[in-house]
Design a protein around this ligand. Structure first.
Ligand code: 5GP
Length: 126
């Protein structure tokens, strides 16, 4: 898959410690931190530490260890913030924007986890 990773993107700088972040959880392969412009009471970004541009890049090329670690971190973030419907909580939304139509601002793969208020319908009408 012909992805060129730009190592000057803002999340690469966060991973290198060049820019501060409000870390929620860190593991060997994954970092979760608060979005600088939260769109909901809970707005956490989960990123792999590896150089992946967007969701399909990560899904296609990450190792099994990276994939599992990333997904487990998302579950822990939901549990930590009381978002899990399985625990009787009110739920959440995950969003992964990709490319131009997805309106991806930062070209390092990230999953938004949003919750803490009703989030409305999934998409605005076209
Ligand atoms: P995207 O549109 O790429 O899916 O989302 C990028 C997200 O990164 C936005 O929600 C934006 O607020 C967040 N963001 C951009 N720069 C920074 C930063 O320097 N620190 C943090 N914590 N979040 C950022």
């Amino acid at each position: 898959m012909p992805y060129n990773y730009d190592d000057q993107n803002i999340f690469a700088k966060i991973l290198r410690g060049e820019i501060p972040n409000e870390t929620v959880l860190e593991t060997d392969h994954t970092l979760a931190f608060r979005d600088i412009h939260p769109q909901a009471p809970v707005h956490v970004l989960v990123i792999p530490k590896g150089a992946y541009v967007c969701h399909d890049h990560f899904a296609a090329e990450a190792s099994e260890a990276e994939l599992v670690d990333f997904m487990r971190v998302t579950a822990r973030i939901c549990a930590m913030h009381g978002l899990s419907p399985g625990d009787g909580d009110d739920g959440f939304r995950v969003i992964a924007n990709a490319g131009t139509h997805g309106v991806q601002e930062v070209p390092h793969y990230h999953l938004h986890i949003l919750g803490g208020r009703p989030l409305g319908r999934m998409l605005e009408p076209a």
